[in-house]
Design a protein around this ligand. Structure first.
Ligand code: FPP
Length: 231
């Protein structure tokens, strides 16, 4: 959800107002995603690196998350949205941990749309945690290191129960992954949009999905017609 700060600056406002507008964009985009047939969406709300921001901005972002859960969770629950958090719990304010656990518990039976909020998330740290779990199992004698495969490591990631990542969208004209879903993006299609997150919504998402629909996905193989010709 990149570009909140620049959006606010462009309007002569403080960064927090950009984040506040970013929450409105998130709500619009969830509604549009459900409407357009998307079933899973993961948004990057706060990275393990975002703690480096000024304390006031960090506190404002946590406040926006609290407000979002208080004001919008019940509506999302009624609309069939399952809300989950990915990322490290350690380091988060304790009341946020309680709130996100409660949000998950209250929406766990929903299956119309799965919203993952990446909070205190870093893909490298997630992979390291998965590796540590496998190492501990090997030390305990319950896992043969020779049996470790990409699928097994993937099963220990915080995204293990999500379908394969199809489309990764980065907003605001940046062309980096910034430690987001590194493992999961192995075969994802990337769409970079020159639009600041607070301006995001149905039109932008539809445009990204249209680009995605025109892509040819080969997963290291050949186009279907080439495969048939060479078979
Ligand atoms: C990136 O823009 C955005 C963030 C680091 C925070 C995103 C968080 C929210 C939209 C609100 C809280 C989340 C929820 C789920 C309610 P930036 O600040 O890096 O913008 P810039 O690149 O223009 O400076």
């Amino acid at each position: 959800m990149d570009g909140n700060g620049r959006w606010a600056k462009g309007k002569g406002q403080v960064r927090t107002l950009g984040h506040r507008a970013g929450v409105e964009a998130l709500k619009r985009t969830i509604t549009a995603a459900v409407d357009l047939g998307v079933t899973h969406m993961t948004v990057f709300a706060f990275s393990t690196e975002n703690w480096r921001r000024p304390a006031q901005e960090v506190s404002d972002l946590m406040g926006l998350l609290r407000a979002f859960i208080k004001a919008d969770l019940e509506r999302l629950r009624r609309e069939g949205v399952c809300v989950r958090i990915i990322g490290q719990r350690e380091g988060l304010p304790p009341d946020i941990v309680t709130m996100v656990d409660d949000a998950r518990a209250r929406t766990k039976d929903n299956s119309r749309f799965f919203l993952q909020v990446a909070l205190n998330y870093g893909a490298q740290a997630d992979i390291v945690e998965a590796a540590k779990r496998l190492a501990e199992e090997a030390r305990a004698g319950t896992l043969d290191p020779a049996a470790i495969t990409p699928d097994l490591l993937e099963s220990r990631l915080s995204t293990h129960d999500l379908p394969p990542l199809d489309l990764l969208i980065r907003t605001s004209g940046e062309h980096r992954l910034s430690n987001f879903l590194l493992w999961e993006a192995a075969y994802a299609e990337f769409v970079f949009q020159d639009i600041l997150w607070p301006d995001y919504g149905r039109d932008a998402l539809k445009a990204a999905l249209d680009i995605f629909a025109r892509r040819s996905r080969r997963y290291g193989g050949l186009e279907a017609d080439h495969a048939v010709q060479s078979a």
